[in-house]
Design a protein around this ligand. Structure first.
Ligand code: GLN
Length: 180
């Protein structure tokens, strides 16, 4: 059992909290830099990435968040959370935190339905909601799962990013493997 923080400034953080509780973690809703003290891992939920970034900046949380990632503790960014963690966001310019060397295109599956369910090449159930598309993967990034050959689950060091919403399916292995 770990003490896991969920960024709770905006967006779909409640389902993340529920999954983590189901896996017997002690969950902290993070709304300030102080709340990062004493937690073992952190989840960045889906939502609206530009709003989330503004709220983190207004709350003067950015340097503490960079410090958290630099400490090597596990971090999961889902959907908007992946956008925040990416090196480059299209259409730009959009600031991001540069923890995973990927380029993402916001709403990059837009020509399909806004929301859809699919099965990954690795057999996972994937729930997409106005999802970002990963259009470039840097050399230090591992691709852990794909959809029709395109990356949807990536990792750089201890930071994992998903284009989909793992908290909305029953495939909770990502949470299980990352937070122990
Ligand atoms: N489209 C949203 C964004 O760009 C992300 C969607 C989501 O998190 N479900 O921030």
């Amino acid at each position: 059992m770990a003490r896991v923080g969920v960024l709770a400034l905006q967006g779909a953080f409640e389902a993340q909290v529920e999954v983590l509780r189901r896996l017997n973690h002690d969950v902290v809703e993070v709304r300030s830099a102080e709340a990062l003290e004493g937690i073992d891992g952190l989840v960045f939920p889906g939502g609206e990435s530009t709003t989330q970034l503004k709220l983190m900046a207004w709350g003067e949380m950015l340097s503490a968040l960079h410090g958290f990632v630099a400490s090597g503790r596990p971090v999961l960014g889902t959907c908007a959370g992946l956008i925040l963690a990416a090196r480059e966001v299209l259409p730009g310019p959009q600031e991001s935190l540069d923890w995973i060397d990927v380029t993402v295109q916001r709403n990059g599956y837009g020509r399909q339905l806004d929301s859809f369910e699919a099965r990954s090449d690795g057999g996972r159930t994937l729930m997409f909601i106005r999802a970002p598309r990963i259009t470039r993967v840097g050399p230090g990034v591992e691709v852990l799962d794909t959809l029709d050959g395109e990356p949807v689950l990536v990792r750089q060091g201890k930071v994992v990013g998903t284009a989909f919403h793992p908290e909305l399916s029953d495939d909770v292995d990502i949470f299980r493997e990352l937070f122990v």
